[in-house]
Design a protein around this ligand. Structure first.
Ligand SMILES: [Ca+2]
Ligand SMILES: [Ca+2]
Ligand SMILES: [Ca+2]
Length: 404
């Protein structure tokens, strides 16, 4: 993961690609990658051409990382499988079995791939969150054997931090930094020892994942990946959309890649919640999204509900009525689609989606322009035409996700 050898291959040009949202990426720097943690699919992006190379490696749930295990200058996949405590390393960016496999660490450990002695070979060390301690190991295990004791260890960061590895001072030796999501600050250290951080970098936003890599001329730097948008935020204001909310981000020098594959899918145009035919209701946005069984967005529009009602969770449509009656004032609601049963969280009445309620004289209780604001006692009001359409579209049993 060190900088020096990678910059031998400076191409010296920069091209703007469709996936780059802002800024100009450093074409001779690290490639970006993502691993879909639901499928074990790897997507590696060539920084010079923008082309994607895709292959399967590992199982869903494995912790992916990259490093140069055979000291040839090219970073390739590694996995830490928490279920069996094994590290699986591969020396090519292609589909296939592990070249090196060994037993390692404790289930909660975070693998740290890097060249911690400057010999040009990456090894797998760990950060143990429960102790906030780095254990450095400058050799790889082999032949299914255990790795043995660490060479040395030191305290770093706090439980809850996200560690990353890079050569932040460009001396050819990797060190470890931590990203503290609660403060949105990265603390970089150039020494493999306890002590104050060498640098403090304000970066990212809540929920971001930190990575380090060679993103410009000079030493390694820290960057973040934002799962909600699938955007890498790199130094210099460069933003690259690559992947979505189910991926783990990577950066490395991947060498010559064949390319020719589709890039990972961007996040869907709706909150990435649930699967199958469903309705997603965001209480804070006062908006619903209708998604069909093929993951296509059928419709999205503003509604008027009640703040905090229903509680966030998963519900399903259990009853429908063309005409429904409020329990007071002679108020009527057309096209009621009920999804919260009485007593679910102490509620007396059921709640559902329906048209704008009418007083007995036929006057609507709000205008359609007022949709998007909290107006109701618990149900979710829609424009009349939308309510009629939803009534037909939503079958009994259709899932409803209530989200913040
Ligand atoms: Ca290699
Ligand atoms: Ca090394
Ligand atoms: Ca260094």
């Amino acid at each position: 993961m060190s900088t020096v050898r990678r910059l031998m291959v400076v191409a010296g040009f920069a091209v703007t690609f469709v996936a780059i949202l802002a800024g100009t990426a450093f074409a001779a720097g690290d490639g970006l990658g993502v691993v879909d943690q639901r499928t074990g699919e790897w997507y590696l992006r060539d920084p010079a051409t923008g082309e994607t190379t895709r292959f399967y490696y590992g199982d869903p749930g494995d912790v992916p990382f990259v490093g140069d295990w055979d000291c040839d200058g090219v970073d390739t996949p590694g996995l830490y499988r928490r279920s069996d405590g094994y590290v699986y390393l591969r020396n090519a960016n292609t589909q296939g079995v592990a070249d090196v496999k060994f037993f390692f660490g404790n289930p909660g450990d975070v693998p740290l791939a890097g060249d911690f002695d400057g010999d040009g070979c990456d090894t797998v060390s760990i950060w143990r969150p429960s102790e906030a301690r780095v254990y450095v190991i400058n050799r790889l295990g082999s032949a299914d054997a255990g790795l043995g004791a660490a060479e040395f260890s030191f305290l770093l960061g706090n439980p809850g931090d996200e560690p990353f590895v890079g050569d932040f001072d460009g001396d050819g030796v990797d060190s470890v930094g931590v990203y503290r999501p609660s403060e949105q600050v990265a603390y970089l250290s150039d020494r493999l020892a306890e002590g104050p951080a060498s640098r403090r970098v304000a970066i990212g936003d809540r929920g971001d994942l930190a990575i380090a890599g060679t993103f410009g001329p000079g030493a390694d730097a820290v960057a973040v990946f934002r799962p909600g948008t699938g955007v890498f935020h790199l130094p210099g204001g460069v933003e690259v959309q690559y992947g979505s909310s189910h991926v783990a981000p990577l950066a490395g020098w991947f060498g010559a890649l064949p390319g020719g594959d589709e890039p990972p899918a961007p996040p869907p145009p709706y909150p990435d919640v649930g699967s199958g035919k469903r309705i997603i209701y965001s209480n804070s946005q006062q908006r619903i999204w209708l998604i069909d069984e093929n993951e296509r967005l059928v419709d999205t529009y503003l509604v008027s509900g009640r703040k905090g009602i229903p509680l966030n969770g998963t519900y399903s449509v259990f009853s429908k009525s063309v005409q429904a009656y409020a329990p007071y004032g002679g108020i009527t609601m057309k096209h009621m689609v009920r999804f919260v049963r009485p007593g679910t969280f102490g509620n007396k009445w059921s709640y559902g989606f329906h048209a704008i309620p009418r007083y007995p004289n036929g006057r609507p209780m709000q205008t359609e322009d007022e949709l998007g604001t909290f107006r109701s006692g618990g149900c979710v009001r829609q424009a009349d035409a939308k309510a009629a359409w939803l009534f037909e579209w939503a079958d009994l049993g259709t899932t409803v996700h209530a989200i913040p």
